[in-house]
Ligand binder design. Structure first.
Ligand SMILES: NC(=O)c1ccc[n+]([C@@H]2O[C@H](COP(=O)([O-])OP(=O)(O)OC[C@H]3O[C@@H](n4cnc5c(N)ncnc54)[C@H](OP(=O)(O)O)[C@@H]3O)[C@@H](O)[C@H]2O)c1
Length: 252
């Protein structure tokens, strides 16, 4: 078990990729604190972790607010003591829609989840990781950053994930040679509730070609499973590399 004795904080662990990451981290020996807003989904993740013989504590909080971040930090400190591994996975694809019709408050709200939360948690936890000479931060991004023009109607998502990657790589450079690594993870196209939401609600929000691509990748079964994506992420956590943009499809 490559993470035996380590502690991990995983946001967005109530379902999808975050849940699968939590289970994989437990299989590698890490004790975890798991965050989402929906208590029932978190309880189910905890149950699945325990079924694998692992230990996890749920923290119900909204990471897009300062109070929520504080609750996460307090809950993690109480449950884990120090945090060795931070996986910033909670994310939102909303708001979708033409930029000309964009509600600015909602657009800013996407930054709160996709950029503010990961940065705030890193800023709070990294100094102690540096003191202890070992730490891991993985920020879950999206392939959209490589192709920002490819998905019409995803302006908030493209902008927030690009900002997240810039933040990540800048922080990695600052922490070079400290023992604390900071990397981006692009999880691939994964069969989760987020994809289902786009298929069910996105038809009139995103452009027709984009919508057709989301439908066809589901119907043609080209989406990967959350567990496959999580396996690729968790396998990289022990590695010493930093400042990388990892992609689920890359070989380890
Ligand atoms: N699925 C894909 O194809 C795909 C592709 C590229 C990138 N990604 C990225 O991968 C990550 C996980 O995506 P997913 O597909 O697994 O999504 P998902 O199924 O929608 O799960 C998202 C998780 O994040 C939590 N979350 C969302 N907003 C939150 C908030 N404000 N505070 C706390 N928790 C919050 C959700 O729980 P609550 O709603 O209960 O809070 C849920 O547990 C995201 O960062 C996403 O952008 C996914």
């Amino acid at each position: 078990m490559t993470l035996s004795g380590r502690t991990a904080l995983v946001t967005g662990a109530g379902r999808g990729i975050g849940r699968a990451v939590a289970i994989r981290l437990a299989a590698q020996g890490a004790r975890s604190a798991l965050v989402a807003r929906t208590a029932e989904e978190l309880q189910e993740t905890v149950r699945l972790v325990e079924r694998e013989g692992g230990t996890a504590v749920p923290i119900t909080a909204d990471v897009s607010t300062e109070d929520g971040v504080r609750a996460v930090l307090d809950g993690a400190a109480e449950a884990l003591g120090a945090v060795d591994v931070l996986v910033n996975n909670a994310g939102t694809v909303q708001p979708l829609g033409p930029a000309a019709e964009m509600d600015l408050e909602r657009w800013i709200g996407a930054f709160a989840v996709n950029v503010f939360a990961p940065a705030a948690l890193s800023f709070a936890l990294v100094p102690d990781m540096v003191k202890r000479g070992w730490g891991r931060v993985v920020n879950v991004s999206s392939g959209i950053v490589a192709h920002p023009a490819a998905l019409g109607g995803f302006n908030a998502y493209a902008a927030t994930k690009a900002a997240l990657e810039a933040h990540t790589l800048n922080l990695a450079a600052e922490l070079k040679d400290t023992g604390v690594t900071v990397n981006v993870y692009r999880p691939g196209s994964v069969d989760t509730a987020m994809q289902a939401w786009i298929r069910e609600r996105g038809e009139n929000l995103v452009d027709a070609a984009t919508y057709a691509r989301f439908r066809s990748s589901y119907e043609n079964r080209t989406l990967i499973t959350a567990d496959d994506s999580a396996a690729s992420l968790v396998a990289r956590v022990p590695l010493p590399e930093t400042g990388c943009v990892w992609d689920a499809s890359d070989r380890i």
